[in-house]
Design a protein around this ligand. Structure first.
Ligand SMILES: *[C@@H]1O[C@H](CO)[C@@H](O)[C@H](O)[C@H]1NC(C)=O
Ligand SMILES: *[C@@H]1O[C@H](CO)[C@@H](O)[C@H](O)[C@H]1NC(C)=O
Ligand SMILES: *[C@@H]1O[C@H](CO)[C@@H](O)[C@H](O)[C@H]1NC(C)=O
Ligand SMILES: *[C@@H]1O[C@H](CO)[C@@H](O)[C@H](O)[C@H]1NC(C)=O
Ligand SMILES: *[C@@H]1O[C@H](CO)[C@@H](O)[C@H](O)[C@H]1NC(C)=O
Ligand SMILES: *[C@@H]1O[C@H](CO)[C@@H](O)[C@H](O)[C@H]1NC(C)=O
Ligand SMILES: *[C@@H]1O[C@H](CO)[C@@H](O)[C@H](O)[C@H]1NC(C)=O
Ligand SMILES: *[C@@H]1O[C@H](CO)[C@@H](O)[C@H](O)[C@H]1NC(C)=O
Ligand SMILES: *[C@@H]1O[C@H](CO)[C@@H](O)[C@H](O)[C@H]1NC(C)=O
Ligand SMILES: *[C@@H]1O[C@H](CO)[C@@H](O)[C@H](O)[C@H]1NC(C)=O
Ligand SMILES: *[C@@H]1O[C@H](CO)[C@@H](O)[C@H](O)[C@H]1NC(C)=O
Ligand SMILES: *[C@@H]1O[C@H](CO)[C@@H](O)[C@H](O)[C@H]1NC(C)=O
Length: 844
């Protein structure tokens, strides 16, 4: 059988060869098949790979002219058949691949490398990352690869770093050494590192470098080093070792040490260094940025010192670094003015970010700047008007929010068609908003919130690129009913806290991408427009504090309140691509860094700097707080706020729009009927506020299934019977239930058992106290005294006059006697309440 098969195979192979197929050589194919005993090799399904042409197997690359295999990408190839078992690679199997240049064996549970004598003279690149256990064995195994230039050993645990480094030191051609995401332990001696003299790039990102200060200083002068990256490694202390790097490694061009804990920034004075890119962002660097520093980095192209603790003035000498193109000094404590040299028309700067400092003064350019396209000045104390904008020739992104800029929006903005992001919010700008702003062809994000802008809005055309409009917190007025904009791609429309009136326009229903619609705090009048039910990707709707009336919508059911679509939108909108670089806009916020233990890809603790979120702020009230939701936090924010209107009728079950809903606020309306059972379907809900309505019936026991519920408020309704107290409901406080006369049980102080389900409510919950619903003892006794006297005087009089009331009264008294045996005070309130009901009876 086997022999026959072999013959067939040889014949077919011969034919294939004769026909001039560019398959790999037979000896290489046989070697691959042998390798298939230890690694899962597969055919490339999509490109018609075949058994005979192993160049078209998955992960196999050949030289197109010689047909020899040059690259084997066999990462993550032991899942199928072999499972998570450590194994040793007999590297002799690879010897037939004489022209192999690049071998990738990451994520294969490789425990060691059994080296043959000789061979591999062409191998230049080896990736053996994420092969957990026996790194020493691997390093020992590969030390004869004398031509190896690039070695990737990421995501491993370097338990005995000295031994590993000694072995790697034998790799005399090594140019790139990548040790990212490693945990490193052990000690090393200087002599372990004689042979790293050709090393050009050392990448230590995300490794926990408890000993790396040691490692680096024992490396000896890395005289070839051009690129050093140790992002998020936990390095700390003085930069004396960095000084050493710069002094004795004159070729160093890129120094990337963001996200560590360095405390000082020093550059040696003797020789100007050749640094081109320096990223020391997110460290702990204190003190001033010195003139000396600026003079010693004459070739600097990119300087990022963001998120440190630098203070003092920004030295004007930065402006004399002719090559400086990207400067990020944001999130420090710089004060004084922005040096005019930086704003020089000759400057090469194209990105300037000084946001989140204490800078002041007016922005003045010396002339038109051709290069500057990215200007972030937000969260400072800049003053003056925005006339400097006329100096920007091709601005892409401008964020001046949170400053003290005054005056009108300059007319010329209307013609600045290059803008993609324009954020002028939180200043003192006044005057009108020109219609043209909504027409800028590339603008994606427009924020003019929290200024003093006035006038009415002209939205008759919204450019297709424009995704986010924030106009909240101004004095805009008028009706927007008749604007009828074309179909647009708006994702966010925030018009809250203005003076708009008229009805909520039907055309909002045409904005098919709309996810966030905020109309809070205006004077919109009328009923809920059913056209809004066409908004299939809505995730947040806030109509609170308006004059809306009529029934709540029942058409919301089919709405797709899904955060997924919105994720794409948030993601795509505020990130910009420029010169093949994708960057987030300058407005990011710093959040806490944290270590995570990433078991899926790396076997290590890694320091995650997840906090650099895009700032896309939307204010929303939930859990009793008004919060600004930013960036990705918004993705999960699904909710409805219809509070402080005059909506009436029953709460439709359809209001439980989506299982993903986090908040529902229907408070301060005129709603009647029962609490719908459908709310128990909102399994993620955190906040439900139904207070200040006229709801009746009991609180559905089913709501206790909502274990995410943190805030529940049904106060000031007419609910009755026992309060459920399972799960979350055990933790809600009295104020959640105030003002419901017939509710009983904890946390209220009246007991259900004695009252046969129709209980008089206890003290506070019975009072008709306004808003805060709480009266102190003194007020209580005074009002009690007064009321009591009144009751004694008035009841007989009233009863005497009106026989119908008299009948009702005695009925009530009967009830009172049977149900309120325990508390005199309670009974009093019950009586008073009964009296009030009687006096507003139909006979009047
Ligand atoms: C590798 O071996 C498996 C069985 O162990 C087989 O299914 C697969 O087809 C082989 N791959 C190639 C490319 O021959
Ligand atoms: C490695 O493979 C070669 C050739 O296939 C063989 O001669 C040698 O014995 C193997 N070594 C080990 C340790 O298995
Ligand atoms: C490395 O090569 C030398 C000489 O070529 C040989 O003596 C030694 O055994 C080899 N080491 C390994 C681990 O293969
Ligand atoms: C350093 O490399 C040289 C050859 O370039 C070699 O002779 C020497 O053994 C190496 N030293 C170490 C410590 O590996
Ligand atoms: C660093 O290593 C030393 C000894 O190896 C140990 O005592 C110390 O706790 C480690 N520090 C950190 C922050 O892991
Ligand atoms: C730089 O190298 C010189 C000569 O090798 C040495 O004397 C000096 O100490 C080194 N500088 C630092 C900061 O290590
Ligand atoms: C400095 O860096 C530039 C590239 O940024 C390079 O061309 C030049 O050779 C370097 N100079 C020295 C002295 O290393
Ligand atoms: C500067 O560094 C911060 C944090 O490391 C980063 O978020 C920001 O994008 C960088 N700035 C530039 C202009 O690349
Ligand atoms: C920032 O600098 C000012 C002086 O310019 C100082 O009063 C303030 O304390 C500093 N803030 C921080 C957080 O260091
Ligand atoms: C800018 O360039 C002009 C001419 O190109 C020159 O006269 C002027 O001095 C330059 N300004 C600075 C600050 O270098
Ligand atoms: C609630 O509705 C009643 C009539 O049903 C009306 O008299 C009252 O003014 C409404 N209250 C509010 C706050 O709209
Ligand atoms: C909860 O949702 C399911 C399906 O989504 C539905 O069949 C059921 O009627 C809902 N329950 C209530 C009480 O609305």
């Amino acid at each position: 059988m086997k022999k026959e098969a072999l013959w067939v195979f040889v014949v077919v192979w011969g034919i294939t060869c004769l026909c001039g197929s560019r398959g790999c050589r037979e000896q290489e194919r046989v070697a691959l098949l042998a390798l298939n005993a230890t690694l899962d090799l597969t055919y490339r399904g999509d490109t018609g790979g075949s058994y005979f042409n192993c160049c078209s197997w998955k992960g196999v690359e050949c030289n197109p002219t010689t047909g020899r295999i040059t690259q084997l990408m066999l990462f993550n190839s032991r899942y199928g058949h072999f499972g998570p078992k450590t194994w040793y690679l007999n590297a002799s199997l690879l010897l037939p691949f004489e022209e192999l240049k690049s071998l990738q064996l990451s994520s294969n549970y490789l425990g060691g490398w059994i080296a043959p004598k000789g061979g591999f003279s062409n191998l230049m690149e080896l990736d053996i990352s994420e092969n957990a256990v026996h790194v020493v064995a691997i390093a020992e195994g590969i030390k004869n690869l004398s031509h190896l230039e690039n070695l990737y050993l990421d995501g491993v645990h370097l338990k005995d770093v000295g031994t590993v480094m000694r072995a790697l030191g034998a790799l005399s051609s090594l140019k790139i050494l990548s040790l990212q995401y490693n945990t490193i332990e052990g000690t090393i001696a200087t002599q372990d590192f004689h042979n790293f003299s050709k090393l050009e790039q050392l990448i230590l990102d995300y490794s926990s470098l408890n000993t790396t200060m040691g490692i680096l200083s024992s490396l000896g002068p890395l005289t070839s080093l051009r690129f050093l990256s140790s992002y998020s490694t936990g390095l700390s202390g003085k930069l004396s070792y960095q000084t050493w790097l710069l002094e004795n490694n004159t070729k160093l061009e890129n120094l990337l040490m963001a996200n560590n804990l360095f405390a000082t920034l020093e550059v040696p004075l003797i020789t100007p260094c050749n640094l081109s890119m320096m990223d020391m962002s997110n460290n702990d660097i204190r003190g001033e940025l010195t003139t000396e520093f600026c003079l010693n980095v004459p070739n600097l192209y990119h300087l990022n010192l963001s998120a440190n603790k630098l203070e003092g003035n920004i030295p004007s000498e930065l402006g004399s670094i002719k090559s400086l193109s990207i400067l990020d000094l944001s999130h420090n404590n710089f004060s004084g003015e922005l040096p005019i040299q930086l704003l020089d028309s000759n400057s090469s700067l194209y990105k300037l970010n000084v946001a989140y400092n204490n800078l002041q003064g007016e922005i003045v350019f010396s002339g038109n700047t051709m290069n500057l396209i990215w200007l972030c000045l937000q969260h400072n104390m800049f003053t003056g008007d925005l006339s400097f904008l006329s100096s920007l020739v091709n601005p892409l992104l401008l964020d001046v929010s949170n400053n003290f800029f005054i005056g009108k929006l300059p007319k010329l903005i209307a013609n600045m068609s290059s803008f993609m992001l324009l954020d002028l919010s939180k200043n003192q700008l006044s005057g009108l908003i020109m219609q043209e702003l909504f027409n800028l062809p590339r603008l994606e994000y427009l924020a003019l919130s929290d200024n003093n802008l006035s006038g009415s809005l002209a939205l008759s055309f919204i450019a297709p690129e424009l995704r986010h409009i924030h106009l909240n917190g101004n004095k805009l007025n008028g009706s927007i009913v008749h604007l009828l904009p074309n179909r647009s791609n708006l994702v966010t429309l925030d018009l809250s806290e203005n003076e708009f009136f008229g009805s909520i326009p039907y055309w909002l229903g045409n904005l098919s991408q709309l996810s966030i619609l905020l109309l809070r705090g205006n004077s919109f009048y009328g009923t809920f427009p059913m056209q809004l039910c066409r908004l299939k990707s809505l995730s947040m709707m806030d109509l609170s504090e308006n004059n809306l009336f009529g029934p709540l919508p029942i058409c919301l059911g089919p709405m797709n309140f899904s955060s997924k679509g919105y994720a794409d939108k948030v993601d795509s909108a505020p990130h910009f691509e420029y010169a093949n670089q994708v960057s987030s806009p300058c407005s990011y916020v710093r959040t806490i860094r944290r270590w995570i233990y990433d078991t899926q890809f790396y076997h290590n603790k890694i320091l995650l700097d997840e906090g650099w979120e895009v700032q896309h702020i939307v204010g929303f009230t939930t859990k009793r707080r008004f919060d600004a939701y930013k960036g990705y936090a918004l993705l999960n924010m699904i909710g409805l706020d219809f509070s402080y209107n005059h909506f009436s009728g029953e709460i439709p079950p359809e209001i439980a729009i989506s299982q993903d809903m986090l908040m529902l606020n229907l408070s301060h309306n005129n709603l009647t009927g029962h609490i719908p059972m459908s709310l128990s379907n909102l399994t993620k809900i955190e906040s439900i506020d139904l207070s200040y309505n006229n709801l009746i019936g009991s609180i559905p026991e089913e709501l206790t299934q909502l274990i995410s519920l943190e805030v529940f408020n049904v106060s000031y309704n007419n609910l009755s019977r026992a309060i459920p107290n399972k799960n979350q409901f055990g933790s809600f406080i009295e104020s959640s239930y105030y003002g419901n006369h017939l509710l009983c049980g904890l946390p209220l102080s009246n007991d259900c058992s004695t009252t046969n389900n129709i209980n008089c409510s206890a003290t506070k919950s019975c009072t008709k106290a306004k808003e805060d619903g709480f009266i102190d003892g003194e007020t209580f006794y005074i009002s009690f005294g007064v009321s009591y006297t009144m009751v004694l005087l008035v009841i007989p009089v009233v009863l005497f006059i009106n026989p119908q009331w008299r009948q009702g009264w005695f009925h009530y008294v009967g009830l009172v006697i049977t149900t309120c045996r325990s508390l005199f005070i309670t009974c009093y309130y019950f009586v008073e309440d009964g009296f009030q009901k009687l006096s507003s009876g139909p006979t009047i």
